[in-house]
Write a new protein. Sequence first.
Length: 244
Amino acid sequence: MSFTYQPDDDLQESEPTQPPATFSDPPVYTYILVGAIAVVALTQFGSGLEASILSAGFVKPAFLHGHEYWRILTGAATHGSIPHVVMNCYAFYSFGRIFEILANRAHLAIVFLLSAVGGGLLSLLFVPDGISVGASGGIVGLIGYLVVYAFRRRAFITAEFRRSLLVNIGFILVFGLVLYQSIDNFGHIGGLITGAVYALLQIPSDEFVDPRVANSAVQTLGVAALGIYLATCLFSILLILRIV
């Protein structure tokens, strides 16, 4: 992108029809991650949006030539406008709570973090100049995971839910093509691919093996991924406030 802080998405499509829930546990990781994004956004708006993006956004020349490699993560914690962060938080909540019903919440944190990085890397490869901001690469990664889940475990997922996911992907792609000058489509595509690949590797091919069961190693990785993103949000706030 050439504009200094164009948002990389507005994931405003209505949430997909939710499959029947079998667990009543609240989507704890979704709440935590959405809350962290909101706190960073409030810090941005309180201290000056443009300056905050220059301080903590994914400024690709600074990443490539200034060795500020942390920006690929802090860029996924910052946003470009109030509508941008509101739509991303709504999308994260909508898909995140479905994710935590269908799979172990540890995978949500892992997929979100990996997809945010995967989206950032693909964007860097194809658009090495400019600035990207927004958590949408990670959010679209959750959608990619859910699509693979819905088709791999089709015996337990309604056709309506599968269609709804595909409609959401189609909306994101079309919306990105229409507003290609201000939306980081490569960030979306990279996140989608990362989430889908993770799902192909993680979701059991045997439909009767419960994907919500996770061993201690996966649980630990989930906590680590959650911790890394929370630390990223804290670091972003410190950068925005010019404390570091």
